[in-house]
Design a protein around this ligand. Structure first.
Ligand code: CU
Length: 113
């Protein structure tokens, strides 16, 4: 009786851990300070995901990054960036995991003056 319950708890834990922290790494890294606005950003995920929206916020401006070049479920996205000069860029992403779970998150980086 104990064992099946423990197993299902572990599965739940693994699922929610994935849902809460699905990003493996980004370029630039979260909270990085870089000298120039990158021409593209990279979002690497721990599993396959279909991104539905990536929004970039810089000061009071917000713009959606272009996801037209992507299709299906993949684990790494290299997305062209728009330069808005120095300052902090907040990247907010939304997508669907390949298990159908909606996922979202944010990261940010700062371009020096
Ligand atoms: Cu701006």
């Amino acid at each position: 009786m104990t064992r099946p319950i423990l197993t299902s708890l572990m599965v739940l834990w693994a699922t929610s851990a994935f849902a809460h922290s699905p990003l493996n790494a980004t370029v630039p890294a979260n909270e990085a300070i870089v000298a120039e606005v990158p021409s593209e950003i990279v979002l690497g995920f721990k599993g396959n995901i279909r991104l539905t929206r990536v929004a970039m916020t810089h000061a009071v401006h917000e713009a959606d990054l272009d996801l037209d070049g992507f299709s299906g479920f993949i684990s790494e996205y290299t997305i062209p960036m728009q330069s808005m000069g120095a300052g902090t860029y907040q990247i907010e992403w939304r997508g669907l995991g390949d298990d159908g779970h909606p996922m979202s998150g944010t990261f940010s980086f700062t371009v020096q003056e």
